[in-house]
Write a protein that binds this ligand. Structure first.
Ligand code: DAH
Length: 342
């Protein structure tokens, strides 16, 4: 008999024994258990005994391997019998109740994991909190007053285009006047906070925004922004620059440089794009500026008495830079194995 045939025979033996002992367990029957024991481990004509005969027929040089394997199989069959005996006797003591072996290792619970974006949000809140900014939230379903009108974005402005927004009532989108949409920016929260509070104001708001963008490596129809607003007497661009520099170096570490490029936003004047220099490249993170007097007026503030700055940055961008993630879809489409790294 060849070594391979012998080993194959032993493997088949283990497989059929596993099945038969399992049957005995399922039937919780001592009689079946005993029959199975005799069938496989019986001293005179059990299948194991039978298989042992094959050992004598393998070539001499194969004997050490064959013998070792035979002994392993013997142990395995004895274990199967022992395990079945334990279950069946344990079970009979408790009637039909399921036998519980308290000495078996437990099932390790699968631990949950905080999504990298949520981790980023928590960290950014923390950083801004240390600078004295209170974190507030606003609704994700907004009306056009908070998303546009009060932010100095008039009805004819292209930002209100139905193709660029998720209006809840598309037919009414071009009429303005209380129409609702999924907010396209967190700047909405500036208005909500100022409507309900007197200056000084110092808040950040982090949350989801929605835009029907084509999805690619840097765009997703839902993403997160961090919005900051500070309104007080004598607030200047220098304050904005200082706060953003502290913010950037706290999050990205080290001496991050900040660059402001002139830009336009309806709700700030002057307006800038915010770039940060990190690892030898300039990266754009969002916009900022001095709160437009029209916005201050819309919420009932006196622009002669108070001034303010505001900024809005992309949370995904910050998170992706920090972790070297090069495709936003990994954050939302990917399996949990990818996310578990963070
Ligand atoms: N809301 C702007 C956007 O979604 C970003 C932004 C720009 C926010 C300037 C601001 C700001 O607060 O001052 O693109």
């Amino acid at each position: 008999m060849s070594l391979n045939d012998f080993i194959k025979q032993l493997d088949d033996l283990v497989e059929s024994a596993s099945k038969r002992f399992e049957d005995a367990i399922n039937q919780t029957d001592h009689q079946v258990l005993e029959e199975t024991r005799v069938e496989f481990l019986g001293a005179k004509s059990g299948k194991l005994k039978e298989a042992q005969k094959g050992l004598g027929k393998v070539a001499k040089e194969d004997k050490p391997i064959a013998g070792k394997r035979f002994n392993e199989v013997k142990t395995r069959l004895e274990e199967l019998f022992q395990a079945a005996t334990d279950v069946i006797t344990g079970g009979s003591k408790k009637g039909n109740a399921e036998a519980i072996d308290v000495t078996l290792p437990g099932l390790r619970p699968r631990l949950g994991h905080i999504h990298p974006i949520t981790q980023t949000i928590d960290e950014l809140k923390d950083i801004m909190g240390r600078l004295g900014f209170t974190a507030v939230e606003g609704p994700e379903i907004e009306d056009d007053w908070h998303n546009f009108e009060a932010l100095n974005i008039p009805l004819e402005h292209p930002a209100r285009d139905p193709l660029d927004n998720f209006y809840l009532n598309l037919a009414a989108a071009s009429h303005g006047g209380g129409n609702q949409l999924l907010r396209s920016q967190t700047s909405t929260v500036q208005i909500r906070v100022m409507e309900n509070n007197e200056p000084p104001i110092r808040i950040v708001s982090l949350g989801r925004v929605y835009r029907p963008d084509e999805i690619d490596a840097t765009h997703y129809a839902m993403f997160h922004q961090i919005e900051g607003l500070l309104v007080d007497t004598n607030v200047t661009m220098a304050d904005l620059k200082y706060v953003l520099r502290l913010f950037a170096s706290s999050y990205l570490g080290g001496d991050v440089e900040i660059r402001f490029r002139p830009s336009f936003f309806p709700f700030t004047e002057p307006s800038v794009e915010v770039d940060m220099r990190w690892q030898d490249t300039w990266l754009e993170f969002g916009g900022a500026g001095m709160v437009d007097p029209n916005v201050l007026k819309a919420v009932g503030y006196d622009p002669e008495k108070v001034t303010g700055f505001a900024f809005g940055l992309g949370v995904e961008r910050l998170c992706m830079r920090r972790h070297g993630i090069n495709d936003i879809r990994y954050l939302y489409d990917s399996n949990t194995k990818f996310l578990a790294q963070f």
